[in-house]
Ligand binder design. Sequence first.
Ligand code: F6P
Length: 372
Amino acid sequence: MRYVGILTSGGDCPGLNAAIRGVCRAGEEAFGLRFIGFCDGFRGLVQDRTLVLGSRELSGILADGGTILGTSRDKPHRMLIDGKVRDMTDAAAAAYRRHHLEALVCIGGGGTQKNALRLKKAGLNVVTLPKTIDNDIVLTDVSFGFDTALGIVAEAVDRLHSTAMSHRRIIVVEVMGHRAGWLALGGGIAGGADVILIPEIPYDPDAVARAISRRNRAGKTFSIVVIAEGAMSQNEARKVSHLAAAKEKAKTKSKKREASEKLDRFHQQHVSHTVRLTRRLEKLTGLESRLTILGHLQRGGTPSAFDRVLATRLGTACAEFLHCRQYGVMIAARGNASQAVALEQVAGKKNVVPLNHSWVRAARQVGTCLGD
Ligand code: F6P
């Protein structure tokens, strides 16, 4: 019997259950593999908490949001155990061996790819699948979860139009995405936002206010501003790159710690930047303004048809790669094909929006202000 472990890790997203079902159904039915699910991400692996994945568990989950396995943001090499951060890589490897696993499937985002690479280096056969609503994983055309979240953002922007119009207001919509602006950009374009602000393009609040006032003078008495949670004004972006450079240059340990603390403080304070921007736009334009934070709504609920197909396609391809004993890879979507990409090429990298991307050009060409 060939046994394979499977876990989901990082933030949940729609399509995880479809992927679990794809891997396990194809693995069992086509290739005779047996699956052992680990609960709550890498924590469940370390603590050897398992879930049987039989046909009953895999039935009726395709359209369900979340993950039947549970998830967490725990990293095997830095796990909080009894109030102390400990390296639990050996415990993870021990659980893997205890179950006589031939491989471990890790379904997750950027952090998961890094954790999987560490486990590969510790001698485990790992295969990963790319999930995240942020769409920021490199070397795959898209990750599952993104399309569903995009639909949610677009629908929210649609709905906010009528209330913004009725009250003649500015509505600022905060969308997830710390380093990559795909969700804000795609959701903003799909929903016809008037301003889209993403981390890749630091914005000038005066330029945003000017764009809104221009619309106002043209008789459009409301505006929708979609902003990624990681977007920054040009001043903030300068500050953060200055702090990061100081951290990089710091010669002594204490100077490095000091610079790192300053950077952390900046990020902690940045959390409420959309509140500040909303107030500022109200002041600069004289128009009443409101903020809507979409938050975890973007990650919840049933996956779109596109995400169900993508997750099933990548999950079943994963089973084929397991069958062929191709390990140490992420199963990526490339055109119509599913390709195995070495984890070393994926871990620690981020797929951010290129400034000349067709979505950026399209947004500008329909007159959307990108804040620069
Ligand atoms: O998983 C990606 C993501 O949804 C990001 O867009 C967001 O910044 C983050 O997770 C939020 O994480 P948490 O649910 O742990 O607060």
